[in-house]
Write a protein that binds this ligand. Structure first.
Ligand code: BGC
Length: 365
C-alpha cells in the first residue's frame, strides 16, 4: 500500500491534506471534528521527510485518535515558528507537538504553552534545556551507530588508512549530536587502530544540503581529491555529496552513508552511488505522537506516562524526559525492498529509467 493510499484511507476529509509541497499556507491542514491539537514541523529543505512523510502520517494518525490536527511548517524560520505557536495557543489547542528548528525556540514555545496549561510533546528533536514533558523519536545514537557500521562494512576488505570525510547535521539540532556520538562509537576504534584516517569532520548549519555539498568539495580538493569513504548524516546531504563525487568521477567508488530512506536515497543505493541509509518508520513515530497527544488532550496523564516507556537525558536541563524511542533500521541494496514493501516509498518513485532492471532483479515491484 502506497503512502497516498494510506493517507486517503485514514483521512475521511483529506481534501486539504498535504502533498509534498513545501508551502505551509497551501498545505496547512485544519481538520474538522475532534480535539484541536497543534503540530509544527521545522522545515522542508533539510529532508524530504517532513512534508513527504511526517505531515501525512501525523494527520492520519491524529484523526484516527479522534483529534483535529492543525499542522504547519515553519520553513526553517524561527520567527515564523514562534508566531505559528502563538496562533495555536490563542486558538486553544489542547496539546502542542513541536519538531523544532533549535532548542532555543522550542524551549520558548514550550514555556509559553505550559504557562497556558497546554502540554507539549517534543517531536523527533529534543529541546535541550526545555520544559516539554514528553519526547517522541528514534534511538538516535543507534542511527549514528548504523551509519558508522555501514561505512565499516563497506570498507571491510580495504587496506589500512582509508581516508574518511564526515559531513554532519546542524550543530543546533540535538539529533545531529546524537548521530555523531553513535557514529563515533563505531568509528573511533577504527581511527585509533589506523584502519581509517579522519580527513575532516564538519557540521553543517541548518542541515543545508547545498552548503553540505560545497563544504565537502572544499575538504575533498584540499585533500588532493582523495577520499575513501564519506559519512553523510542524512540522504539530503548524501545527495549533494554524490553530485560532487560525480564531478570527480568518484561516485560509486566511494561509499557514502545516509538517513531517512527517501526516494532519492533509495535510488542512489540502487545505482551504487550511496552505500546505505537508515530507515526510521515515521508512521510509527507519528502514531506514537498521536496516541500520546490523545491521552494528554483528554487530561489522562497516567495513560500518557504508560505510553512513554523510555527516558531521554537532557544534559543541558539536567533532567530525564519521558519518551517513546523507536528502532531505526539499516538499509543497503539487499533490503531496499523492505522499505518499499512496507509502503513507505512507492516502487514507481524508485524504479524509474535504468533502475527498472535492478528493481526486478531485487524483486521490487
Ligand atoms: C531528523 C532527521 C533529518 C534531519 C534534517 C533530524 O533531526 O531526525 O531525520 O534528516 O533532522 O531534517
Amino acid at each position: 500500500m502506497g503512502l497516498t493510499l494510506a493517507v486517503s484511507a485514514c483521512g475521511a476529509n483529506s481534501d486539504n491534506s498535504s502533498g509534498s509541497s513545501g508551502d505551509s499556507s497551501s498545505s496547512a491542514s485544519d481538520s474538522g471534528d475532534g480535539i484541536p491539537v497543534g503540530v509544527i514541523l521545522p522545515e522542508t529543505a533539510s529532508s524530504a521527510r517532513w512534508e513527504g512523510f511526517d505531515r501525512p502520517y501525523i494527520e492520519a494518525a491524529m484523526k484516527a485518535e479522534g483529534l483535529a490536527p492543525h499542522i504547519e511548517n515553519a520553513q526553517g524560520d524561527v520567527q515564523k515558528f514562534s508566531t505559528l505557536a502563538d496562533g495555536m495557543i490563542n486558538d486553544g489547542v489542547k496539546v502542542l507537538v513541536i519538531g523544532s528548528i533549535n532548542s532555543e525556540v522550542g524551549g520558548t514555545v514550550a514555556q509559553k504553552a505550559n504557562a497556558q496549561g497546554i502540554p507539549v510533546i517534543d517531536y523527533d528533536r529534543l529541546n535541550l534545556g526545555g520544559s516539554s514533558e514528553y519526547y517522541v523519536s528514534f534511538d538516535n545514537v543507534k542511527v549514528g551507530e548504523l551509519q558508522g557500521q555501514g561505512l565499516i562494512d563497506a570498507l571491510k576488505d580495504k587496506p589500512k588508512g582509508q581516508q574518511i570525510i564526515e559531513i554532519e547535521g546542524a550543530p543546533t539540532d540535538n539529533n545531529a549530536t546524537l548521530f555523531y556520538n553513535g557514529q563515533q562509537n563505531k568509528l573511533k576504534p577504527k581511527y585509533e587502530d589506523g584502519t581509517f584516517k579522519l580527513v575532516q569532520s564538519q557540521p553543517i548549519d541548518d542541515w543545508d544540503n547545498q552548503k553540505g555539498g560545497q563544504t565537502f568539495e572544499n575538504i575533498l580538493t584540499a585533500n588532493g581529491t582523495k577520499v575513501d569513504g564519506v559519512v553523510a548524516a542524512n540522504d539530503g546531504l548524501a545527495g549533494a555529496i554524490i553530485t560532487v563525487l560525480k564531478k570527480y568521477q568518484l561516485n560509486g567508488k566511494v561509499p557514502v552513508t545516509g538517513q531517512d530512506a527517501t526516494a532519492d536515497g533509495l535510488k542512489a543505493i540502487l545505482t551504487g552511488d550511496q552505500y546505505m541509509t537508515v530507515f526510521k518508520p515515521i508512521k510509527q513515530e507519528a502514531e506514537a505522537a498521536a496516541k500520546l497527544a490523545a491521552a494528554l488532550a483528554k487530561g489522562d496523564k497516567a495513560a500518557a506516562d504508560k505510553l512513554a516507556t523510555a527516558t531521554e537525558k537532557d544534559p543541558v536541563g539536567n533532567r530525564d524526559v519521558k519518551s517513546v524511542l523507536l528502532e531505526p533500521k539499516l538499509i543497503t541494496k539487499d533490503n531496499v525492498k523492505d522499505v518499499i514493501d512496507q509502503g513507505y516509498v512507492k516502487a514507481e518513485e524508485v524504479c524509474t529509467g535504468d533502475l527498472a532492471d535492478v528493481c526486478s532483479q531485487l524483486g521490487i515491484s
